[in-house]
Design a protein around this ligand. Structure first.
Ligand code: 4AD
Ligand code: MG
Length: 431
């Protein structure tokens, strides 16, 4: 007997096959039982007709408990009425593992309850759809950067440096000295770019932020490209091309998942149209003031400001050249103004806020040394990083995409915790 996955049903219409599956739900009458099945690849229905199976099989079908695992033998049929388009007419059921009373029933549950059961909740159709899209974003990321000639250089997770400020570091002991969990792989990617021209990292990063917002995770995954001999404008083009590529690949490869999430594909298609608009921080402040925001030049944007700006353009928008005082030490100073740096944040529409932070990097040894000191950092710890400006320093730029922020936006979910299999939040490290 041929064992197949549900997702491949279309290639096996009218064939007798076997599927390893779990029961998600069922309903039955005296003559027919409908089994809602999932096998990890897709969800579809099994139909057990009393007249066509032996008495014991029909009885078993009626008594199966939610999440029982089994080997189902039957014939695949097209089924125009179902969302998936195919079903299986069941001939035999072999139980593999019985299930106790499953806590997640088809009724509504609160978020805390579901998050406490995240290890089981991942089986449900919505988290399954989101993780399918996460997987596609990761796949397309590797494809994009490989096509564009980038080399993946992995950054360490245990580190002595703090590129994004010292306020939200996770401290740990490293034998007889202090260390932190990485906030960003950037500084290491800069070393990589001087060795490989174009590089990227993709790894977990940590921020001990006491923020309890729908955009903040304590542990999140970041994609950090870094490019030698590249100025800001070329970096912005890489960024927008990359984002459009991710969205297009999700549209092309995740139709079923987008459908499950009821994400409007026409809205997503707008985000593949390049270029993305660009405005300066100065212009953004003027625009906000003209629209009754109570904000002064020099302030960082909060969620309402970011939401307004991206919705104003109805597309992701680059905000360029923020005040130096609110950005990290490594950004390139502006050639004619000493109050701003050469950087850009990419703000996503529909209220998702900053999905990319990036900049051109300072290239001058003395300037960077003094910025390290001004940031309250120990130059000895950054001696290796400063070396990069001692031996053939070149213009270079890079950026970081927050994977979960991007996925929350692409999937249209409310909260960034939905975009990672096991979220770490201010009040959650279980399961
Ligand atoms: O803007 P950030 O802090 O920039 C950096 O870390 C740079 N070193 C990146 C670089 O240039 N290589 O973070 C980059 C992105 C943000 O735009 C956001 O999408 C995401 O990381 N991010 C978070 N995502 C979830 N939870 C958090 N607490 C996040 N903090 C940042
Ligand atoms: Mg940022």
């Amino acid at each position: 007997m041929k064992q197949i996955n549900i997702v491949d049903s279309k290639n096996h219409v009218d064939e007798k096959v076997q599927i390893g599956a779990w029961l998600t739900n069922k309903r039955s009458s005296g003559k027919i039982a409908f089994l809602q099945l999932r096998d990890g690849t897709e969800f579809f229905q099994g139909v057990v007709v009393k007249a066509n199976v032996d008495e014991a099989t029909f009885q078993l079908a009626k008594e199966l408990k939610q999440e029982t695992s089994m080997l189902i033998t039957g014939v695949i049929h097209e089924d125009a009425r179902s969302k998936f388009g195919y079903e299986i007419e069941v001939e035999a059921i072999e139980v593999v593992g019985e299930s106790a009373e499953y806590p997640i029933t088809p009724k509504e549950h609160g978020t805390d309850f579901l998050m406490d059961h995240r290890h089981l909740w991942l089986r449900s159709s919505k988290p399954h759809a989101i993780m399918t899209i996460r997987n596609e974003v990761i796949r397309a990321t590797y494809e994009f950067f490989n096509k564009e000639g980038f080399t993946k250089i992995d950054a360490p997770i245990l580190t002595g440096s703090a590129p994004e400020g010292t306020s939200d570091l996770f401290h740990t002991e490293y034998f007889d000295r202090d260390a932190y969990l990485s906030q960003s792989g950037q500084l290491y990617e800069e070393a990589g770019a001087m060795a490989f021209d174009k590089v990227f990292s993709f790894g977990p990063t940590f921020r001990a932020e006491k923020s309890k917002t729908r955009r903040h995770l304590i542990e999140f995954w970041m994609i950090e490209p870094e490019m030698a001999f590249m100025h800001q404008e070329d970096s912005l083009q890489v960024q927008e091309t990359y984002i459009a590529y991710l969205v297009q690949n999700v549209i092309d490869h995740c139709a079923s998942a987008l459908n499950t999430l009821e994400r409007d594909v026409d809205t997503l298609k707008k985000y593949t149209q390049l270029p993305f608009p660009r405005i300066s921080y100065d212009e953004a402040i003027d625009l906000l003031k003209a629209n009754d925001f109570d904000i002064e030049w020099g302030a960082d944007f909060g969620s309402p400001e970011e939401t307004f700006l991206a919705d104003h353009f109805d597309k992701p928008v680059f905000v360029l050249n923020y005040p130096k005082a609110i950005k990290p030490f490594y950004m390139k100073p502006h050639p004619t103004r000493d109050d701003v740096v050469i950087c850009a944040d990419l703000l996503a529409p529909e209220g998702y806020g900053e999905i990319i932070g990036g900049s051109e990097r300072a290239t001058d040894y003395d300037y960077l040394y003094s910025e390290v000191v001004k940031a309250g950092l120990d130059p000895k710890e950054y001696s290796w990083y400063l070396d990069l400006r001692k031996y053939g320093s070149v213009p270079h730029s890079g950026f970081g995409l927050g994977l979960e922020r991007a996925i929350t936006w692409i999937t249209g979910e409310e909260h960034v915790r939905e975009a990672i299999p096991f979220p770490r939040l201010l009040n959650r490290i279980y399961p």
